[in-house]
Design a protein around this ligand. Structure first.
Ligand SMILES: Cc1cc2nc3c(=O)[nH]c(=O)nc-3n(C[C@H](O)[C@H](O)[C@H](O)COP(=O)(O)OP(=O)(O)OC[C@H]3O[C@@H](n4cnc5c(N)ncnc54)[C@H](O)[C@@H]3O)c2cc1C
Length: 430
């Protein structure tokens, strides 16, 4: 009997799983659907660039990241989007972040050797390491940093498009727009003559039946499924600055500069000559009622057109960053601002499990703002979950947890100020 696999959501988890399952010939037919064409403006990964780095305090994620980085460096199609520019990580003043960095760096040195990282203990050592970019940087007297030359960034939306074409090469059928927008599950599937036990209803009114379904809709999860705080949609501010051709040539070989207390910046994008910034420490919610149950209030992503500015505090942290590291750009306007939505878990573990009460519906969610780097390999582990071969270690980490006794809070993303976007002031450039 012919078997169909349906993947709902073509972001990082969905596309990675689509490629892996298609390569394995796990189903006779794989259909992948999304509300928009790849790269969807709703995807957290629809962006100029994302950091690819191995540093994790949790050794299992570090090993997973090192495995992914082997692919970023050497395996088509994603390798064409990867740039190993190195990452300068400024040492934080936040004790939680310090702890995360200290453990991550010790782990990395244990796994890859003492020379994996370079300590830059004073402002002068930092300036001397990057004289072309940081010689004018005022830096605080107590600023120190660690440089990892074996890290970099991927051109994020390009990488999604490459993964989509790889999936097509292996026979995945894509459906986008109204005919690819998930509306709800149909339980049980009573369609006569069908062997498939579950189906989904699509916004255009059609029904897609499948033997196995993977729901990978990122921050939109709570719009359809009551996860009861297991995942929370959080918005992160992103901004850009337009460079001239001459400025692009000046900055193109700079490293990623990551200051967890302020913001981080990537080398300029070769196509658009835009510098991209994300402010660190500012995450937002947007609490609203769900469509499926008016009594449930939860954070849901805003649309890209709803906020074309970022909150004043986030902007100010980017300008503080510029005054500290690249003062020559500190009076320039920020543009193409947006709020980009992740699906956050309280312990920063992903959520890859069966949807409770079902046998053949799986979720890959809870990216917690750090899943992009796993685009080349997370699909392998999602496929293992579907086949029932995922290791106990990952099953424990990624399971649908009992929230009554689940209190773990991981603070490695630094102290977060978490406010509702509706209560935030949007000021012009600071
Ligand atoms: C500002 C920012 C910076 C980040 N930086 C990094 C970084 O440097 N390194 C890193 O590793 N990670 C980073 N991330 C995290 C990374 O982008 C996410 O972890 C990753 O994109 C999550 O993948 P996903 O597949 O769960 O969701 P997404 O990539 O968001 O994809 C979800 C998909 O579901 C689709 N969808 C939604 N609703 C429906 C529906 N009803 N029907 C059909 N389809 C639907 C959307 O269109 C979208 O394509 C960052 C995230 C943000 C926001």
């Amino acid at each position: 009997m012919s078997k169909t696999g349906l993947i709902v959501g073509c972001g990082v988890f969905g596309l990675s799983a689509a490629v892996e399952l298609a390569k394995q010939h796990a189903f006779d037919k794989i259909i992948a659907i999304d509300a928009e064409t790849v790269p969807s403006s709703l995807s957290a990964a629809n962006d100029l660039n994302k950091i690819i780095r191995p540093e994790y305090a949790d050794i299992k994620y570090m090993k997973l990241a090192i495995e992914a980085m082997d692919s970023w460096r050497s395996k088509a199609p994603v390798s064409s989007t990867y740039h190993e520019c190195g990452r300068l990580s400024i040492n934080s003043k936040d004790p939680n972040r310090c702890q995360f960095d200290a453990v991550s760096q010790a782990n990395l040195r244990k796994l890859l050797g003492e020379t994996a990282l370079v300590d830059l203990n004073t402002p002068d050592e930092i300036r001397q390491k990057f004289p072309a970019f940081l010689s004018n940087a005022p830096l605080n007297e107590d600023t120190s940093a660690v440089f990892n030359e074996h890290a970099g960034y991927a051109s994020a939306s390009d990488a999604l498009v490459w993964m989509e074409s790889e999936a097509k090469k292996f026979g995945v059928e894509f459906r986008y727009g109204k005919c690819g927008s998930f509306k709800r599950f149909v339980f049980p599937n009573t369609n006569s003559g069908s062997t498939a036990s579950v189906a989904v209803e699509i916004e255009d009114g059609s029904i897609i039946q499948a033997d196995t379904i993977l729901l990978a809709i990122g921050a939109y999860m709570n719009a359809y499924i009551h996860t009861d705080r297991r995942v929370i949609a959080k918005g992160l501010p992103v901004a850009h600055m337009q460079l001239t051709e001459a400025e692009y040539n000046h900055y193109r070989n700079m490293p990623i500069i990551f200051d967890p207390d302020m913001a981080y910046i990537f080398p300029p994008d070769p196509k658009t000559k835009l510098l991209k910034f994300s402010s660190a420490g500012y995450e937002y919610v947007y609490n609203t009622r769900t469509r499926y149950d008016e009594s449930i209030i939860t954070s849901l992503p805003t649309t890209p057109s709803q906020y074309t500015e970022i909150p004043g505090y986030a902007k100010e942290s980017i300008y503080r960053f510029l005054r500290m590291y690249l003062p020559e750009l500190a009076d320039r306007p920020l543009e193409k601002c947006k709020i980009c939505w992740i699906s956050d878990t309280s312990d920063s573990e992903f959520l890859v499990d069966k949807l409770p009460g079902t046998e053949n519906v799986f979720i890959a969610n809870g990216d917690s703002g750090h899943a992009f780097k796993f685009l080349p390999n997370i699909g392998k582990y999602i496929a293992q979950k579907i086949h029932g071969t995922l290791s106990t270690e990952w099953q424990e980490a990624w399971k649908w947890k009992n929230m009554d006794n689940h209190t773990t809070e991981v603070k490695w993303r630094g102290s977060q100020s978490l406010v509702d976007l509706k209560d935030v002031s949007f000021t012009p450039n600071n």
